[in-house]
Design a protein around this ligand. Structure first.
Ligand code: SF4
Length: 297
């Protein structure tokens, strides 16, 4: 097993991570199979595109988060490793290829996300809907979608919600003060409205959101976001450490210590979230199935 580092801080060099952020690379398990299926079916994962530190752990457990609607995002958030660029045509056979991946990997739970497609008239919501409906053919499969804001257009949100995923996730990502700097094209209040709309429309669907910490937010700002999320009726929340994917991305302002994550977790639970995950390596889709199981209890 080897350790991997990440570009961090404002320095123009690779700097060591604190001990709690040295992730062991896992070898073996289902990784070979997952990679083979992805290649054969020409599917992408956010695990690869976003250089997720959990990739060997998740792939070895046959878990991956699929990213649909191409590999080019029309926005370009300062923290995100997914490339910004000219969007590609929607691949009409993508839902079927995803379905085949679910079958080949024997998945009981799948997380599907996408790049933001502000260029499409429906923001890509119709494609999300087709993906969900196609995946619903798998009887015991639970589906979580992690969606962009669709510019807050209700009919786009309805198209996704009516398809009936078990979990509707939309990440607020950071505190409102940092939106202009790190989430160009997104608006904090719009993201809250998206979550609120989803909860009001579909009481049976669990809603979920996530934040990355270490971008320069203050504790009281994080707590205010947690309270805002609860006001939308949000059921689950994740909090993890931001890691800089490359020197072209926003620097890490601070490494949050594990004890601080625990404290955020406890506060979030006391606010009434059904399930909370908070820790240095937590990502929106990290152990997503376990999070839903906890919420359902
Ligand atoms: S945490 Fe999510 S994005 Fe990261 S490797 Fe696991 S499934 Fe992929």
């Amino acid at each position: 097993m080897r350790e991997r580092g990440f570009f961090t801080g404002k320095e123009l060099r690779r700097v060591p991570l604190p001990p709690w952020l040295r992730k062991r690379i896992q070898i073996g398990g289902a990784q070979g199979k997952v990679l083979g299926v992805l290649e054969e079916l020409r599917l992408r994962t956010v695990c690869q595109e976003a250089i997720c530190p959990n990739i060997t752990e998740c792939f070895s457990r046959s878990t991956a988060t699929f990213i649909i609607l191409g590999d080019a995002c029309t926005r370009g958030c300062g923290f995100c490793a997914v490339k910004r660029g000219r969007p590609q045509p929607v691949e009409e056979d993508e839902p079927e290829r995803l379905s085949e991946a679910v079958r080949s990997l024997g998945l009981k739970y799948v997380v599907v996300t996408s790049v933001t497609r502000d260029d499409l008239p429906d923001g890509g919501s119709g494609h999300f809907r087709r993906v969900i409906l196609t995946l619903k053919r798998h009887k015991h499969l639970k589906i979580e979608v992690l969606v962009p804001d669709f510019q807050g257009v209700c009919q786009n949100l309805e198209a996704v919600l009516e398809a009936g995923p078990e979990v509707f996730a939309h990440n607020v990502e950071t505190v409102p003060r940092l939106y202009a700097e790190v989430r160009s094209g997104a608006f904090y209040k719009r993201s809250l409205r998206v979550l609120e709309f989803a909860k009001k429309q579909s009481k049976n669907i669990y809603t979920k959101s996530g934040l990355m910490l270490g971008l320069g937010e203050r504790k009281e700002e994080v707590l205010a976001v947690l309270r805002d999320l609860r006001r939308t009726g949000c059921d689950m929340v994740t909090l993890g450490q931001y890691l800089r994917p490359s020197m072209h991305h926003r620097a890490v302002e601070r490494f949050i210590e594990p004890g601080e994550f625990e404290e955020y977790g406890e506060i979030a639970r006391s606010l009434g979230f059904l399930e909370v995950q908070a820790g240095p390596f937590v990502r929106s889709s990290y152990y997503a199935e376990a999070l839903l199981k906890g919420a359902e209890r």
